[in-house]
Design a protein around this ligand. Structure first.
Ligand code: HEM
Length: 216
């Protein structure tokens, strides 16, 4: 379900274009998050492999330039999506009533999407700032951060929030772009839950590896 709070009439063409941009930034961030989790989890195979991958991103300036671009894409995606978020109490009450009244699974997914978005906006920004202002990325530095305790707790919350948001976002793009037909929704949702669970498991294994990695 997508509710627009923009004044009627004025929106039209612009709103459609901004909707597309929201989906494109969302799809790019989904691809980024899949790659990000696989790259960070390379530490499980070997810390030297993670260092080599990070070194490659550094040598090609992808970390120095690509990192801030991801940050900007992340903020742009939020600003575009915020057009549809009910920030006022009345709007929130209406959505809540609709979700409860209709027992509609996809409306609940939308509520989860909004709540996770707010938390990810703050936590993701802090995380990117901390990592990008402390380049180069190395397995030892990441392990030291996780072993400090605070960051382990921080990531234990951010990981499921980010993966849930990515999973629901992927499903919603599929429904909106029409590559998920109505009768296939349940099948796709099951596949999507499995994928989300797999990424959370990979993330947890990675965090445990960082916790026990010798940093000396
Ligand atoms: C410029 C973009 C980003 C870079 C360079 C980056 C880099 C890293 C690095 C090096 C780690 C390892 C831990 C550490 O060093 O503290 C990490 C972990 C993590 N990142 Fe990012 N990150 C970026 C964006 C994001 C975004 C946008 C999110 C989600 C909103 C995110 C979520 C996480 C999570 C949940 C972990 C914990 C990993 C795990 O569970 O295995 N990151 N990231």
């Amino acid at each position: 379900m997508s509710i627009s709070y923009a004044p009627a009439g004025k929106s039209g063409k612009w709103d459609g274009a901004l909707d597309w941009l929201q989906m494109l930034t969302g799809a790019s961030l989904i691809l980024f998050m899949w790659c990000h989790m696989l790259l960070v989890s390379s530490v499980v195979i070997s810390p030297r492999l993670m260092n080599a991958i990070a070194g490659f991103f550094e040598a090609t300036y992808m970390a120095q330039v690509g990192g801030p671009l991801i940050f900007l894409g992340f903020l742009l995606h939020f600003v575009l999506a915020a057009r549809k978020i009910p920030f006022r109490a009345e709007g929130q009450k209406t959505i809540w009533q609709h979700a409860r009244m209709m027992h509609h699974g996809d409306t609940w997914l939308w509520v989860v999407q909004i709540v996770s978005a707010m938390l990810i906006l703050v936590m993701g920004s802090i995380h990117m700032w901390v990592v990008l202002t402390d380049l180069p990325i190395t397995a030892a530095k990441s392990a030291a951060r996780v072993q400090s305790g605070f960051w382990a707790v921080f990531y234990f919350f951010l990981l499921p929030l980010a993966e849930l948001h990515v999973g629901i976002g992927f499903y919603r793009i599929g429904v909106k772009w029409g590559f998920i037909k109505d009768r296939e929704r349940d099948k796709f949702k099951r596949g999507e839950n499995l994928l989300t669970g797999m990424f959370i498991a990979i993330g947890l294994i990675t965090l445990i590896r960082f916790l026990f990695l010798s940093v000396n």
